[in-house]
Design a protein around this ligand. Sequence first.
Ligand code: 3HC
Length: 299
Amino acid sequence: MYSRRVAAIKSVSVIGAGLMGSGIAQVAAQADYKVTMVDQTDAALQNGKNIIQKSIERVARKKFADDKDKQQAFINKALDNITLSTDSLAAAQSDLIVEAIVENIDVKQKLFAGLDKAASKDTIFASNTSSLPITAIASATTAERQTRFAGLHFFNPVPAMKLVEIIRTATLTDAVYQDLVDFSIKTGKTPVECKDTPGFIVNRLLVPYMMEAFRILDRGEASAKDIDTAMKLGAGMPMGPIELADFVGLDTTKFIVDGWAKEGRIEPALVQPSKTLEDLVAKGHLGRKSGKGFYDYSK
Ligand code: 3HC
């Protein structure tokens, strides 16, 4: 009978060294887990390491405002916990594997099918997907692994956002669910539980809200700046919906909406396309990461 408890999770592998993967690796390393961060190339790993370096300096400055030695000791300790690898099977040695790679079901299934063969039977598998059903990804693994397979959905920027959604499939055991709760708390996050549904909780609410903001633009009813100002000052949001979409990535937002529309599991009115969004993505204006989205970040 499977009965892993939190003390048993000592090591974590994060597959994918992008913005989300490097953030997850960082918060796990700060919480003193031994972390292996895996990506396909050394360049991708170096990019992830650079993201972590900048972010962890910020965290350290905040944590130990007046003590440079303590800042440096905190940084060194966390960075020492991180090992880099271009071999995805290196991840198989960890107690918990969190995947944060491209949002493509075939690629994710192939990765997990390989890991399933290489990993110990006790290893917990998790995906940080924001748009694909966990059950479908997990179906590439054995029935036994599916009892240890969950969604673990972090938010951008991971070191600053305090939430983790734990996606509880019908096959996940209570013991593994509890291990993921404990892991989330140890990394400084507050976990919430959700069934394996489109968008889980946050994106289910956030994405239709952003889409309606784009449609206000489509209809010429208000400017981007005024929509953002309205939601920041009138509804207390830290960012307005348009700047948030640029922050998340317009391709990511479109990918989520298109996926939902295709699956047909969500109210059609909520996933009606926006012409402004379609045009920006077609031009490669993907938000902050490409220097331009709804707003211009090139200057
Ligand atoms: N690393 C470490 N710490 C960071 C950080 C980073 N990359 N970015 C921000 N922080 C910390 C800062 O140190 C600061 O901490 P403090 O308040 O304790 O001093 C705090 O976060 C606020 O940062 P700033 O003062 O620099 O800037 P803001 O007050 O403007 O906050 C923000 C920036 C946290 C990004 C805020 O604007 C915000 O919360 N925006 C909304 C973000 C959001 O909604 N994210 C979720 C997107 S949806 C998603 O990710 C799901 C996916 O599936 C699509």
